[in-house]
Design a protein. Structure first.
Length: 257
């Protein structure tokens, strides 16, 4: 997870698990499958974990766009490899260059975020072919339905060495986020745990609530904040506000002149 005041991603438990999966893939025997899959609901910090690992092992990383084609996918991979490509090159030309470029250093994994889109667009076979020909570890990141989608692709599901379901933040993770993002305000565990529960354990929502708590404390000159001082303040849940009951408003009669 990144912030203008935080130096690099924050090391939550999901980061450690992502790093362990990556290490397992890098150090695997040549005959073992080369894919890892990180999956789970939005907001659990999967992308943040991948960025931490990217820095640690010098992985190449792409995030699949909604409008990408096969050529777009391959061009972005080649860009990560430092290759210059011509617009006239076909998808086959780009694929051959990508296999050679990726295979030049099999200790550098390729991380593919938003991999669900590749399955939906029938493009996951491109990634399978790149892995098979280059031998590099490839980590796919997606939502909770990604494993089920991969199981429908016959030549994909048996090539996954490790499946990693991202987990909601626990209290320790929430404390780490507080120390990283709002270090000037001490937030007691009773409020931290309430923030964690009201945020559904999702790191992104936790950070929003931590910022709200820090602002509340600053406005009242509090150096520390607990659940009692927080009182009845609202929490950010990511849900839209409930629609007001129309009966709360007085009815107006339209008069026509």
């Amino acid at each position: 997870m990144t912030n203008t005041n935080v130096q690099g991603p924050v090391a939550l438990k999901n980061v450690a698990s992502f790093m362990a999966m990556t290490t397992k893939l890098i150090e695997r025997a040549p005959h073992l499958p080369g894919f890892g899959v990180c999956h789970g609901p939005s907001g659990l910090g999967k992308s943040w974990a991948s960025m931490f690992v990217q820095m640690k092992v010098k992985a190449r990383r792409i995030e699949v766009g909604e409008t990408w084609t096969r050529r777009t996918l391959l061009r972005h991979i080649l860009k990560e490899c430092g290759e210059t490509v011509r617009k006239s090159w076909s998808a086959s030309d780009l694929a051959e260059l990508a296999k050679a470029s990726l295979g030049a250093d099999t200790t550098r994994p390729l991380i593919v975020d938003e991999a669900d889109k590749l399955v939906d667009k029938n493009m996951i076979e491109v990634i399978r072919e790149l892995q098979q020909e280059s031998g590099i570890p490839i980590i796919l990141i997606g939502e909770e339905k990604l494993p089920a989608k991969l199981l429908t692709v016959e030549r994909m599901h048996n090539r996954v060495l490790d499946w990693f379901p991202a987990q909601p933040c626990d209290l320790d993770d929430t404390r780490v986020l507080a120390n990283a993002f709002v270090p000037k305000v001490r937030i007691d565990d009773d409020l931290l745990d309430t923030i964690r529960r009201r945020s559904g354990g999702r790191a992104r929502r936790i950070v929003v609530n931590l910022e709200k708590a820090a602002e509340y404390a600053r406005n009242r000159s509090h150096k520390a904040l607990d659940l009692k001082l927080w009182g009845s303040q609202d929490f950010y849940t990511g849900e839209p506000p409930a629609q007001r009951d129309i009966e709360q408003f007085p009815r107006r009669t339209l008069r026509v002149a």
